[in-house]
Ligand binder design. Structure first.
Ligand SMILES: [Zn+2]
Length: 228
């Protein structure tokens, strides 16, 4: 969530959605100014914030190599199998981190999203601390009906937490703030890992009826903002 309290370095950072919001993704709350909590940060934190805000994308060296892992993750989630989903998510993160040359985080997939003050927790990143590995937790079922979430929602949440991890390990930031640059980087990761469908021609529409590929952000407000 964007509104982190200023002060000492946080040990955890989370993704949540307001139960009153229909937005469904943090990018829908984009604004083209610094987030309101900026003014409450210390000078050092503001410097970190500005560094974060200045980076628009993270280039995945070989996104095509990761494609089968994304497909596996989607299939595992569709089956509603928590352990299989966790295994697939871990494999994807491990391969991505290997390409980027950074250590991976441990991934835990949990079932029903817990309700927290003001919303529902979707994901959580815990920094490495006292020799313990950094961890990513992602929830796979809605709080309201305990249904498995849509794949694109799950993947975006996972990559959101991955972005927190990369802020520290790849970009070398002191902390990982929710900045406009952060959400652009998150979007850049999603776009690289999920193929967009090719434009359908008139001929193709007549001759074939292919399964529709997964599409993220067809109409999302962040489309076109990030460089990838
Ligand atoms: Zn976050």
């Amino acid at each position: 969530m964007p509104a982190e309290a200023p002060g000492s370095r946080r040990s955890r950072t989370s993704t949540w959605r307001s139960s009153k919001s229909k937005s469904g993704c943090p990018c829908s709350r984009f604004v083209l100014v610094k987030f309101a909590y900026y003014k409450r940060l210390s000078a050092k934190q503001k410097a970190t914030y500005r560094k974060s805000d200045a980076v628009d994308s993270v280039k995945v060296p070989d996104a095509a190599e990761l494609s089968p892992l994304v497909v596996e993750l989607e299939a595992s989630l569709a089956n509603g199998k928590r352990l299989a989903t966790a295994k697939a998510a871990s494999a994807l993160l491990l391969a991505l981190c290997r390409q980027l040359g950074v250590p991976a985080a441990r991934v835990t997939v949990r079932t029903v999203r817990p309700e927290i003050s003001g919303g529902v927790l979707h994901g959580l990143y815990t920094y490495a601390k006292n020799g313990a590995d950094p961890t990513i937790e992602v929830w796979m079922k809605t709080a309201a009906h305990e249904r498995v979430v849509r794949f694109r929602t799950f993947l975006r949440t996972l990559l959101h937490e991955v972005m927190h991890h990369l802020d520290v390990t790849l970009l070398g930031l002191e902390d990982s703030f929710h900045t406009e640059g952060f959400f652009k980087r998150e979007s850049s990761l999603v776009r690289q890992l999920v193929a967009r469908p090719r434009a359908r021609t008139k001929t193709a529409q007549v001759e074939t009826r292919r399964p529709v590929q997964l599409v993220l952000f067809e109409t999302g407000p962040t489309r076109g903002l990030a460089k990838s």
